[in-house]
Design a protein around this ligand. Structure first.
Ligand SMILES: [Fe+2]
Length: 396
């Protein structure tokens, strides 16, 4: 991330900064990884600590399926148009481990009448379908189809969606979600060989600076519960902020693919990193241009990772059973690869129009009860069938 500022801030931090009525603005330092990570300094009109009421917490945790069952999985969520009414109740975790979880979310309600704060995880929302705005103390952040919206933990927010199809892929991370370390200079700037740079990262704009007094409910996610905190002033009361910690949007369409004469490995698609997992973007690109290149991926034994692909757009519909909104999970411990006949069919292909998000985890992923209804039970045996189609998603 990079330094950004919005609104009014005093020339020097931790100094007197007064409102028009002569009272002080209330400074809040938001830090990560103790005082060793990125941070921002926020200036509130009212103290951010004024709790009016604490209500009973609500249980909010997925259930893992037991026992763990080693198998290739295909979860087909293509038919889903709504996973619930509200943004939180509609979040359905499908796969999880202690480092991250992967959810789908298609709420039917387009506005939230409360605020939400994830106090234990960063969130990445991939907007597969939909358009709207994330409203937070940092300002308004508009998002649209194809955006990754990255929300650091403890950012209080609400979402407003426009009418129309709405489908979010949500990755929640126990560790900070960061840009890829090898693409950053020693001082943090994205380097020339990075597939995207700071210009592609969209910060919030238009502070709300809401002064009103009332009942402002913030549902705070921590340790398997939504804790119900009512504050007497709006959390959107910032007059200014600066720092490196803020929610941002980055469009998958701004990811510049890295291609080569022969098949490029998945790390060229890497977009974000967390502890023990990565997020990759497969975007439209030219295929390998060696005269004898094999565009289809090779068989692959991923001995240290579980590989999840979420199929967003492209010709993968020609592959048996895979649809727009499908997930595949190829766990470490089993080789996976192209379906029968697909390698020959791929020869001579010049380009791909695929769009897919991959999450590779370095610890095993467990399916949840919510995933059970989406599972294609025939998938583990699908390499034995002679279906002969070419899986355009070119991930090994
Ligand atoms: Fe693989």
């Amino acid at each position: 991330m990079y330094y950004h500022r919005l609104g009014s801030i005093p020339p020097k931090r931790h100094t007197q900064f007064r409102q028009p009525d002569g009272t002080l603005y209330k400074e809040e330092l938001v830090t990560s990884e103790g005082f060793s990570g990125i941070y921002s300094t926020l200036y509130h009109i009212n103290p951010p600590t004024r709790i009016k009421k604490i209500k009973e917490p609500i249980r909010f945790a997925p259930t893992k399926t037991e026992p763990y069952n080693l198998r290739h999985c295909h979860l087909n969520t293509s038919a889903v148009t709504s996973t619930g009414t509200d943004y939180l109740s509609a979040r359905k975790v499908l796969m999880m481990n202690n480092d991250c979880s992967i959810s789908i979310c298609s709420p039917s309600a387009r506005k939230m009448d409360y605020f939400y704060k994830n106090a234990e995880g960063d969130e990445v929302l991939f907007v597969h379908d939909g358009k709207g705005v994330l409203i937070s103390p940092f300002g308004r952040l508009e998002f649209r189809q194809g955006d990754y919206v990255v929300i650091p933990r403890t950012v209080i927010y609400k979402l407003e969606f426009e009418e129309g199809p709405l489908r979010l892929l949500i990755i929640e991370s126990a560790s900070p979600v960061e840009t890829v370390k090898r693409y950053r200079s020693q001082l943090g700037q994205l380097l020339e060989h990075s597939p995207y740079c700071e210009r592609d990262i969209r910060p919030p704009a238009d502070l709300i600076a809401e002064r009103g007094e009332g009942d402002f409910l913030i549902q705070i996610k921590k340790e398997g519960y939504l804790h119900q905190y009512v504050y007497d002033y709006s959390p959107l009361d910032l007059i200014g902020w600066d720092g490196f910690l803020w929610p941002y949007a980055f469009s998958i369409h701004d990811f510049e693919p890295i291609t080569g004469r022969i098949h490029q490995p998945p790390p060229v698609h890497q977009t974000f990193q967390g502890h023990n997992f990565v997020i990759c973007s497969f975007v439209p690109r030219l295929f390998d241009y060696h005269p004898k290149a094999v565009p289809a991926p090779y068989n692959h034994s991923n001995i240290d990772s579980d590989e999840v692909l979420y199929y967003a757009e492209g010709n993968f519909m020609s592959r048996k059973g895979i649809a727009r909104g499908s997930f595949t999970l190829h766990p470490g411990g089993l080789p996976h690869g192209p379906h029968p006949g697909t390698v020959e069919k791929s020869l001579g292909a010049k380009e791909t129009h695929e769009l897919a998000v991959m999450i590779d985890t370095f610890r095993p992923l467990h399916l949840t009860k919510d995933a059970e209804g989406f599972e294609d039970k025939d998938y583990p045996m699908s390499w034995t069938e002679n279906n002969g189609s070419f899986n355009e998603v070119n991930a090994p």
